[in-house]
Ligand binder design. Structure first.
Ligand SMILES: *Cc1c(COP(=O)(O)O)cnc(C)c1O
Length: 372
């Protein structure tokens, strides 16, 4: 019997199962340490920095764990940027969490347009825009487009030339990072991200002083055991229960990446036009979502065809941060033409690590006639 397309889920997260982390939970029961940088959080931070350090060729990579990807960005901005107010340049084309983080950290976002190829900010364009701001530009928040690799080295050059600190929202890019320097790289460990632990985040950098400061910010500005606030902070920690899931998730990370890659390859093999997918996805990088970017007219027909067969799809990032009521009052730079264009063209397809062949075929069948 043929299954109905409407039974294709959009995204199905899969976190470690109880039997993969129950021994850690028993340790919590025995130690009666539930949070506050306990043994499991320390072990998770250690293993996470080794794992991502190995993937990025940075043997001494440091990490600060945070309560979410959003708070990772907040903490990184607060710890990295000396100014406590001013403008933070950022793309409008991102998940709206990036903009919340900027405002929560005390900065005023300015929404910039992205490059139409990379869907991300372009360092040369941002450098040229700097002279047009009359207020102090405190920072630039560079966002990885749906988890795509970011050219971190070109932003190191940008910071070297302009003196403007750069922070990376690489929330969905933990499996795409191939280089990390001193500039903080923030990732999310939300259930829907590749290294999902439920809720959690992390900031990576080679700069251990910076990471110590960020870790202090996550716990009321206390350095070490002294209960003295040396700097302003808050409670942005993860609990030992999240760390337990994290330790188990790390063990399965490489396999999960391989499964996601395999599913993208299958999608490409049954689609008429593999070039319609986001650049290099599946070849050089993977994440938990999968986007196609047809031209605007075809995009409309594709959405209609998917709707007709009750196949779910998403504009994962909506129409850009500047279109959300909460952010309407913040300024924009330029026309945001690429943002508007991409927001309509980029379509998220049903995708997850165990999406079945027949489900992928159903999606491909719906859109194939429009791609020839
Ligand atoms: C997921 C995501 C975030 C937010 O991470 P949370 O862990 O959900 O707070 C921020 N920015 C981008 C680009 C994301 O994809």
């Amino acid at each position: 019997m043929k299954k109905q397309a409407s039974s294709i889920p959009m995204l199905r997260p899969k976190l470690p199962m109880l039997n993969e982390y129950d021994h850690y939970i028993k340790q919590i029961d025995e130690s009666r340490v539930y949070t506050n940088y306990g043994p499991l959080s320390r072990a998770f931070a250690q293993e996470l920095s080794l794992k991502i350090g190995a993937r990025t060729n940075a043997p001494n990579l440091q990490v600060a764990l945070t309560s979410s990807g959003t708070t990772a960005i907040e903490v990184a901005l607060r710890g990295r940027v000396e100014a406590t107010s001013g403008l933070c340049l950022m793309p409008s084309y991102t998940f709206v969490a990036s903009a919340h983080a900027v405002v929560n950290a005390g900065f005023r976002p300015v929404f910039l347009d992205v490059n139409s190829e990379s869907y991300a900010l372009d360092p040369d364009t941002v450098r040229r825009s700097l002279s047009s701001f009359t207020e102090h530009v405190a920072a630039v928040l560079v966002v990885s487009a749906f988890g795509a690799p970011v050219d971190i080295a070109s932003w190191e050059q940008f910071e070297y030339e302009t003196g403007v600190p750069v922070i990376f929202d690489a929330a969905a890019a933990i499996a795409s990072l191939d280089y990390i320097g001193n500039q903080p790289v923030c990732v999310s460990m939300h259930a829907t991200k590749v290294l999902g632990i439920g809720e959690g985040g992390a900031v990576f950098s080679r700069n251990s002083d910076l990471i110590d400061r960020l870790a202090a910010i996550t716990g009321f500005g206390f350095y070490g055991a002294e209960r003295r606030s040396d700097i302003l902070g808050g409670n942005y920690r993860i609990s030992e229960y999240n760390a337990a899931v994290g330790l188990a998730a790390l063990r399965g990370l490489e396999q999960k990446i391989a499964r996601l890659k395999n599913r993208i390859e299958y999608y490409k093999s049954v689609s008429e036009n593999p070039h319609i997918f986001q650049k290099d996805v599946g070849d050089r990088w993977v994440t938990m979502t999968l986007n196609i970017a047809p031209c605007s007219t075809i995009a409309k027909s594709i959405v209609a065809a998917l709707d007709e067969r009750a196949v779910p799809w998403r504009h994962w990032w909506g129409l850009g941060c500047h279109t959300h009521p909460a952010f309407e009052r913040f300024s924009r730079h330029g026309t945001l033409e690429n943002t508007t264009n991409l927001a309509r063209r980029v379509i998220g397809l049903p995708f997850f690590e165990d999406i079945e062949d027949w489900q992928i075929e159903e999606v491909a069948d719906a859109i194939r006639p429009l791609l020839v």
